[in-house]
Design a protein around this ligand. Structure first.
Ligand SMILES: NC(=O)c1ccc[n+]([C@@H]2O[C@H](COP(=O)([O-])OP(=O)(O)OC[C@H]3O[C@@H](n4cnc5c(N)ncnc54)[C@H](O)[C@@H]3O)[C@@H](O)[C@H]2O)c1
Length: 272
């Protein structure tokens, strides 16, 4: 008899996680491996990718997702090394240093952020979907968006990029459903990715950046984020593994009939 343990089991599946060297990507790669998947961890920083791969018994490669040719190669390498691509998690994204009032956003800041957060997701979806369609075994694509896609607060560059990821997810879900490829998005809320350092108990916008660099000091938009985080219904920052658990749900047979959604994993952020 099939049990829920069978539904969640990813044994025999191959996953690729971009930006898997740190933070949420590292946790997702770890959770998928714990559920039985073979995982290819990619990151712009090969050292970080190798560290995650070493920890979870996976494979690693260097990949800058904003480089189209490198993305095509990385997906092909995943298939040639591990024999398939069943699960693709488009997690790589940047946010630090790109917020602030619109008048302060330079062309370079705009292009750099969109080249990773939007072009990168597109390149990976195109290469990943092509590999899945060619293999004919269906698959799962999980795009990492953000609560900022629905509730702006970091600034026009980041919030816009994450909203783009949501609509790309829905468009692809519609197009790829006949190929049995489910495409969904995770919308993480505040998730603390600074390792052993605990989240601030008396936060200010200077201390709130999950990865340590001040976000947008003095920016009223950022104050919105600060206010939301200090009133978060669950009362504390999320742990990266809470995103990992949700990714396993979206990667597994548990979510066989789920496609085109965004799943907020946000401690109630979007209720505010
Ligand atoms: N942490 C949060 O609170 C939060 C909330 C909502 C959404 N997110 C999203 O989750 C994702 C992961 O965020 P995080 O907080 O874990 O970030 P992080 O900075 O801790 O980790 C991001 C990883 O991506 C890698 N990376 C950066 N640019 C890359 C590129 N061009 N190509 C490949 N890899 C690259 C980095 O080296 C790093 O290992 C991002 O898409 C982010 O926007 C994070």
């Amino acid at each position: 008899m099939t049990t829920p343990n069978d539904w969640i089991d990813l044994t025999g599946k191959v996953a690729h996680v971009t930006g898997g060297g740190h933070g949420i990507g590292e946790a997702i790669a770890t959770a998928l491996a714990m559920a039985g998947a073979q995982v290819m961890v990619s990151d712009i920083d090969l050292g970080k990718a190798l560290a995650t791969a070493d920890k979870i018994g996976g494979h690693a490669l260097a990949l800058d997702v904003s480089d189209r040719a490198a993305v095509d190669e990385a997906i092909a390498k995943t298939v040639s090394t591990l024999g398939a691509l069943d699960i693709l998690v488009n997690n790589a994204g940047v946010y630090n240093g790109f917020g602030g009032p619109v008048r302060d956003i330079t062309d370079d800041m705009w292009r750099t952020l969109w080249s990773v957060n939007v072009d990168g997701v597109f390149y990976c979806c195109r290469a990943g979907a092509s590999a899945m369609i060619e293999a004919g075994n269906g698959g799962r694509i999980i795009n990492i968006s953000s609560t900022q896609a629905m509730s702006p607060g970091v600034g026009v560059t980041y919030d816009g990029s994450k909203a783009a990821v949501l609509q790309m997810t829905k468009a692809l879900a519609l197009e790829l459903a006949p190929h049995n490829i489910n495409v969904n998005a995770l919308a993480p809320g505040p998730t603390w990715v600074r390792g052993g350092k605990p989240p601030p108990t008396n936060p200010t916008s200077d201390t709130l950046s999950p990865s340590g660099t001040p976000m947008t000091t003095g920016n009223p938009l950022s104050d919105t984020v600060v206010s939301h985080i200090t009133r978060l219904p669950k009362g504390h920052w999320g742990d990266p593994m809470e995103q990992g658990k949700a990714a396993v749900f979206l990667a597994s047979d548990m979510s066989s009939f789920v496609t085109g959604i965004y799943l907020p994993v946000d401690g109630g952020y979007l209720l505010l």
